[in-house]
Design a protein around this ligand. Structure first.
Ligand code: PMP
Ligand code: GLN
Length: 382
């Protein structure tokens, strides 16, 4: 393995899920739902499979899916031409990697907000670029954008910034003010923004998902990425997409066509169907998840954790120090055996493991009885 990929031989999700399976632990580590997506979408996939949609779809994606993505983005007031401004990918993961491969050169620096989703660091490394992290800062318990840290991280080599909101692992949803800060830095230093919006529908209470591309001057310099996995409970389908102005989209398409060429033939019409017809199902998913967030947050607090507020995603973070533990990473590896619950240490998503070593991430995208069982077991820690 080449040196620049040596830090990336395995993922925390694979390792923690394997440990959960081995120990029979309740798996609140890897974020995936334990119920299926809307029946109409599953039917549409079956129809496509048996209806002959099993050969290569068109390079940019099937026309009905690109049209559905364009209409979905239009809900935010964003206009994208399905011909030339939308590309279907193998999940958001491929979209992120293709964007970095297409838009950054060795020597370029990419700003990554920390903690970061694990594929960002690997994708920046595959592109030969260099990551510079911008740590979120605690603001009354909420993990907030640190405007000073962001401005200080920019150098003459900075080419792009990766922005994930709603944010995995913290559950932070960036406010308009935070997004304005990012937009101002992008404008000032002529940066490309690559946005990861896979949790765009999963926002709770009065949080609102605001795509960065909707801010003044940002549509021209933003590569907007999302995916069906989290919106429609189909994380294994790996149908994602990129929306950007033709020059940026064309670049990402050039990289994507030699990574996978095309993606998910028979799943594309089903995702198109879901985007057109299942958003009320998604609204029920969202309100259900808000309740699950409350359920797990309350359970963690009762068990003695200091729970951080989560405004979106599948995740809630909790500090282990009130329970008398100094190292959440160490604890995470013991938890499955000790009490039968798996969680993920947040410091694996950072370049500053010591500063983040008190925090665990728990996934709440599970049936209530599964959450309740986990909460029962977590009480044994105190
Ligand atoms: N970005 C974030 C923030 C994620 O949590 C995930 C994981 N599910 C992805 C990207 C990957 O998305 P996909 O499965 O569509 O590749
Ligand atoms: N996105 C999910 C998480 O953060 C899982 C992704 C994966 O397994 N690679 O838990």
């Amino acid at each position: 393995l080449v040196p620049r990929l040596r830090p990336f031989t395995s993922t925390i999700f694979a390792e923690m899920t394997a440990l959960a399976v081995r120990t029979g632990a309740v798996n609140l580590g890897q974020g995936f739902p334990d119920t299926d997506g809307p029946a109409g979408m599953l039917d549409a996939a079956k129809d496509a499979l048996f209806g002959g949609a099993n050969q290569y779809p068109p390079g940019p994606g099937r026309p009905e899916l690109r049209a559905a993505i364009a209409r979905h983005r239009a809900r935010y007031g964003l206009e994208f031409d399905p011909d030339g401004e939308i590309l279907v990918t193998t999940g958001a993961t491929e979209a992120i990697a293709a964007s970095l491969l297409a838009l950054t050169e060795p020597g370029d620096e990419v700003l990554v907000i920390e903690p970061y989703y694990d594929s960002y660091a690997a994708a920046v490394a595959m592109a030969g670029a260099t990551r510079r992290t911008v740590p979120l800062a605690s603001n009354g318990g909420r993990f907030a954008l640190d405007a000073e840290a962001l401005r200080a991280a920019v150098t003459p080599r900075t080419r792009a910034i990766l922005v994930n909101s709603p944010h995995n692992p913290t559950g932070t949803v960036f406010t308009r003010t935070e997004l304005e800060t990012i937009a101002a830095v992008c404008g000032q230093h002529d940066l490309i923004a690559i946005t990861d919006e896979v949790y765009e529908h999963l926002v709770y209470d009065d949080a609102e998902h605001i795509p960065l591309a909707t801010l003044p001057g940002m549509a021209e310099r933003t590569v907007s990425i999302s995916s069906a996995g989290k919106t429609f409970n189909c994380t294994g389908w790996k149908v994602g997409w990129v929306c950007a102005r033709p020059e940026l989209l064309g670049a990402v398409k050039a990289a994507k066509q030699f990574l996978t060429f095309v993606s998910g033939g028979p799943l594309q019409p089903a995702v198109a169907y879901a985007l057109e017809h299942e958003l009320s199902w998604v609204e029920r998913l969202r309100t259900g998840l808000a309740g699950k967030r409350d359920r797990l947050s309350a359970g963690l607090a009762e068990a003695g954790f200091a729970v951080r507020p989560s405004a979106g995603t599948y995740f809630v973070c909790a500090d282990v120090r009130p329970l008398g533990f100094a190292d959440a990473a160490e604890l995470a590896w013991q938890l499955p055996e000790r009490i039968g619950v798996a969680a993920v240490p947040v410091n694996v998503f950072t370049d500053h493991p010591d500063e983040w070593k008190h925090v665990l991430r728990f996934a709440f995208c599970k049936r209530d009885e599964v959450l309740d069982e986990a909460i029962d077991r977590l009480h044994k820690l105190g």
